[in-house]
Design a protein. Structure first.
Length: 294
């Protein structure tokens, strides 16, 4: 009994203090958005629900009108059709009605768009993302030793060497060899461009989607509210391997990020392995403690 009690306490402690190894990613038959990891994505989810309060009644109203027209004005029920061509009241209503609805949609949508493109905080970290055919390159603009690396789709043959054999956390066609690493709760400015053709940087859980245009530097931002591993993809048809240039962002504590950044200045691969060991190892400790408790 004592062993089980200690195991339960250990599991609770690990759950409270360990970084999560679970990943936000699409799943089969998904119909809604991925769970929000930023305040912007929370507002996007709210706006989706808000618009449904307009879309559903309008759709049902139009369907009702179609049914009425089909039933009441069919040839059998209305052998002598009306020759009325104008009705002032109806024309005023069907003009002002959509205008009012669009105003109710426009105001919150403009506010959301302003927040997405015009942040009120100063960035605490700047990362440049460059889209190539067909992978991503990242540059951290920090200190005197900027960190830069390429991020390519993780091949199945390389999983064992990379320590990423768990497909639940590192899914096929979404996992990469080198993830973007950022600290939780920090304002990150993202500069996006393309090196060859137009790409698009999209991270669903962050509410981020912006084009990467050659010769142009687009800017967006995000602030992750929780730790985890998040997946996105290029969302612009950029060539034959468009579907094979995923994006992965690992959000960790400030302490883990500082340790990773110091190591990445000399060797990004080894820094990633050390970070994975600390993050995934904590999650495995939770699993072991839970199994012992059972």
């Amino acid at each position: 009994m004592k062993n089980k009690a200690f195991a339960v306490l250990a599991a609770i402690g690990c759950l409270l203090f360990a970084s999560t190894a679970f990943a936000d990613q699409p799943f089969p038959w998904q119909k809604g958005f991925q769970p929000a990891a930023t305040s912007i994505m929370e507002e996007i989810r709210w706006f989706e629900h808000y618009t449904l309060w307009f879309i559903v009644p309008v759709t049902l109203f139009v369907l009702l009108l179609l049914v009425i027209v089909v039933v009441k004005f069919r040839e059998g029920a209305n052998p002598v059709p009306s020759k009325t061509s104008h009705n002032t009241l109806i024309e005023v209503v069907w003009t002002l009605g959509p205008v009012v609805i669009l105003l109710f949609l426009a105001v919150p949508s403009f506010q959301l768009l302003t927040k997405q493109l015009a942040p009120t905080e100063e960035p605490e970290l700047t990362i440049k993302a460059t889209g190539y055919q067909w992978y991503w390159g990242y540059e951290y603009q920090v200190g005197d030793k900027p960190v830069s690396f390429d991020s390519l789709l993780l091949a199945d043959a390389d999983r064992a060497a990379a320590g990423k054999e768990d497909k639940a956390v590192y899914p096929r066609l979404l996992a990469v060899d080198n993830e973007i690493v950022i600290p939780v709760g920090k304002h990150v400015r993202l500069l996006v461009t393309g090196a060859d053709v137009i790409h698009a940087f999209a991270m669903p859980s962050f509410g981020v989607k912006i084009d990467a245009v050659p010769g142009r530097l687009n800017e967006t931002w995000f602030k992750a509210d929780r730790e985890g591993l998040f997946y996105g993809q290029c969302s612009e048809l950029c060539g034959k391997d468009h579907a094979f240039m995923p994006i992965a962002i690992r959000v960790v504590s400030q302490e883990k990020y500082d340790t990773w950044l110091a190591a990445a200045a000399t060797n990004v691969g080894e820094a990633n392995k050390a970070l994975m060991a600390s993050v995934d190892g904590a999650a495995k400790a939770v699993d072991v403690a839970q199994n012992a408790a059972q």
